[in-house]
Design a protein around this ligand. Structure first.
Ligand SMILES: Cc1cc2nc3c(=O)[nH]c(=O)nc-3n(C[C@H](O)[C@H](O)[C@H](O)COP(=O)(O)OP(=O)(O)OC[C@H]3O[C@@H](n4cnc5c(N)ncnc54)[C@H](O)[C@@H]3O)c2cc1C
Length: 514
């Protein structure tokens, strides 16, 4: 007798809960309601975290797959285009210290690695400008597509900035109205186990007992099912990534015509960094810092100095953070997604993309019966542990490449015992060979591929020693790629609309549906 997996219960209705619900429901819609049900239980009393406004280009295909119209998404979630991140004052702290981590691949990426060619002759250009058009598009405040470009298509790759307070309710409407998800507003007070230790049901105050075959823990920092009930430990990473507190503000624009930045701006401070995200209606600005290195008062002073007069009368919201993740992510019949699985500082917007990838893996590998669930769980855990590890490496890279030594925060970040071994090895390797697409970033759907490492390494002045004769044979290929980039850059700069203008048109007229 096999025990089929037919009833999935998600606990938590933040971005993690609703995105997971949408991805699973869209995949299993044809089995519903006869052979599959999806219930999302959400507390009416515990608010969602309500921050998390920077995303990764994966969200485009996710929204498309779950059947959302991109126009509706722009209209209802205050969305804007994101074409990467600008990192200011991370390398030296000087006023002219900045670089882009864009979202397009370097020109000709699969044929030629442009890094050594650029290192030998930069022609006075930053690495980003030498290999792709997106830095210039961002400088000019241009959108990554035109109003005639169909929904989800791009002229330059893009992700979104969105209003986190509107995104979860938007997904909720879509899940309940279009995808057959049952929504229960109730507080989980108790979790009941079966004799073998699986979760049998959650007992709620308002809706009684809800049974399930598979439970997805999306309860945020509470980690009610995986952490508290099943006792899975937390692997603290604050010895590598020091930031543990955020101060968040919403800042109005000077006027409704003010330009909207089409990239996240991340400006390094004395013990952390400030994020600045432009939505059509306001900016979301916040300071993520290490409380071991700076007091709340000093951090707020730095945040106010960054924002200037526009911060007058605005009080920041303080959020305590805990860097790290669960020791395992799927135990017995319970899998955690979102903050319930872990949290890392939002330096590269890695949380929502990880939610998408985890939910996709659960949806695609949905165990048919309990008997095979442990095998699926093992795969999920191996995959997810790998992803957390790579994200930690990539975030730490930003600190390790910094030449700032002006405060204890920056000096402590360079202590060898705070740098993961794998990252130390890679940094040594990259002194002699630059990362490229066939390197060990070989997973399908790698969160940060080799191109991301190139943009950060060479944006921050890293040097790789390459012998001239080792690359001589591909000189013409490299020249052609750089010329193609110049042509494409000019063409896009001449043809793309201003970011705010395009968003206004999308809201008024809509994009061409796909
Ligand atoms: C300062 C900051 C900035 C961030 N910036 C980014 C960013 O730019 N990009 C990015 O990708 N990510 C970012 N993140 C992370 C991102 O916000 C989260 O990963 C995302 O919002 C998912 O949160 P969640 O759904 O896991 O948790 P939450 O939003 O906390 O949701 C938890 C849910 O669980 C429910 N719940 C809790 N207890 C119970 C109970 N007993 N019974 C029933 N329900 C319960 C709550 O009601 C709620 O619905 C940021 C996070 C912070 C703190």
């Amino acid at each position: 007798m096999v025990s089929p997996v037919r009833n999935v219960v998600i606990v938590g209705g933040g971005t993690a809960g609703w995105l997971t619900a949408a991805i699973i429901a869209a995949k299993h819609r044809s089995r519903m309601p006869a052979n599959f049900s999806l219930t999302l239980v959400e507390s009416p009393n515990v608010p969602i975290i309500g921050v998390g406004e920077g995303t990764w280009p994966t969200l485009r295909s996710t929204l498309h797959k779950i059947g959302v119209s991109e126009t509706d998404f722009f209209r209802e979630c205050d969305a804007a285009f994101k074409q990467g991140a600008l990192f200011a004052k991370w390398t030296t702290g000087a006023d002219d210290d900045f670089y882009y981590h864009p979202l397009v691949l370097p020109q000709g990426f699969s044929q030629v690695n442009l890094v050594p060619h650029w290192l030998r002759d930069s022609q006075g250009q930053s690495f980003c400008d030498a290999v792709c058009p997106q830095g210039k598009i961002c400088d000019d405040g241009l959108a990554p597509k035109a109003i005639t470009t169909p929904e989800y298509d791009a002229l330059a790759n893009y992700a979104y900035h969105l209003n986190a307070g509107k995104f979860a309710p938007f997904l909720q409407r879509h899940c309940t109205e279009k995808l057959g998800v049952r929504h229960v507003l109730a507080d989980v007070q108790q979790v009941k186990l079966t004799e073998n230790g699986d979760i049998k049901s959650v007992v709620t105050e308002q809706a009684g007992e809800i049974e399930g075959d598979l439970f997805v823990d999306c309860t945020g920092f509470a980690s009610l099912l995986l952490g508290k009930t099943l006792g899975v430990g937390f692997k603290d990473c604050s010895d590598v990534l020091f930031c543990d507190t955020a101060l968040a503000m919403q800042i109005p624009y000077e006027s409704e015509h003010s330009p909207i930045a089409t990239h996240t701006i991340s400006t390094a401070q004395s013990a952390g960094w400030v994020w600045d995200i432009g939505l059509p209606t306001r900016r979301g600005v916040g300071h993520v810092f290490s409380s071991r290195h700076q007091s709340d008062e000093a951090a707020e002073r730095e945040l106010r100095a960054y924002v200037g007069d526009a911060a007058k009368g605005v009080s920041p919201r303080k959020i305590k953070l805990r860097a790290g993740h669960r020791e395992t992510f799927w135990k017995r019949n319970c899998v955690a997604v979102g903050i319930a699985a872990g949290f890392l500082e939002p330096l590269e917007s890695s949380a929502i993309v990880l939610i998408e990838l985890s939910a996709k893996l659960i949806a695609e590998q949905m165990p048919v019966c309990r008997e095979v669930m442990d095998i699926v769980a093992e795969r999920f855990n191996a995959n997810t542990s790998y992803r957390w590890g790579r994200i930690i490496d990539f975030l730490k890279l930003h600190y390790v490449l910094s030449k700032r030594r002006d405060t204890a925060f920056w000096r402590d970040n360079m202590l060898p015992e705070t740098i993961p071994d794998r990252l130390q090895d890679l940094l040594l390797l990259w002194r002699y060979q630059p990362p490229w697409f066939h390197d060990e970033f070989d997973r399908v759907e790698e969160v940060f591929p080799a191109a991301s490492y190139q943009y950060v390494l060479y944006g921050m002045g890293f040097r790789t020693e390459v012998e001239a004769d080792a690359i001589a044979g591909e000189a013409r290929l490299a020249q052609r790629a750089r010329r193609e980039n110049e042509v494409q850059t000019e063409r896009l700069r001449a043809g793309l609309p201003r970011h705010r203008d395009l968003i206004r048109k999308i809201v008024e007229r809509g994009l061409q549906p796909v």
